[in-house]
Design a binder for this molecule. Sequence first.
Ligand SMILES: [Zn+2]
Length: 218
Amino acid sequence: MVQPTAYIPTSEFSVIAAELAATAKALHARGWLLGTSGNLSAVVQRDPFLLAMSPSGVDKGELSAEQILLVDADARVVDARSKPSDETLLHLEIVKQRQAGAVLHTHSVWNTILSDLFADGGGLTIEGYEMLKGLAGVKTHEHREWLPIIENSQHMPALATTISAVLTQHPNTHGFLLRKHGMYSWGANLREARRHIEILEFLIETVGRTLELDRSRL
Ligand SMILES: [Zn+2]
């Protein structure tokens, strides 16, 4: 194994890398990171800025701590072992905009379906559910969560610019959807980001299944 660069607190990076690998396994087991889909990151240090990031093209069910990469604020791999995820730029934008400590991106069946179903309205409203209280800062089920939906693109710099504008426009959202692609959520640390992903995946599936039941009754 190639060690991270000398000025990195190696033990801290190793701990974060192990936590990211364990998170990938857990989310894969839920069916939210099948194949090589999705990606994960966590801030290692802010000055100079370093992000632990999942690599490109690795099956998330088999991702090991040794495969986690370190990237800088410009999405360059610090120790150049392999290529980071194409979506690293999006993670960096979210970290910058939200001062996030970790960012998670899932490709679940339900977030993919709803990201298309509600795309024409520009987003999806989730309100009235007790589970909303699992989102940071939400104190009551009467909360109204707006999940913006952004058109998918393979051009990451342009997509990062769009995401920046959407996050500025919606300062209270805990996540967003990319159309026919997946969901992004984040948190002050990896634990909170994982909680947000679980809560939002639960709520999205609940909305989807409710619509399905309503339609089957017609
Ligand atoms: Zn993706």
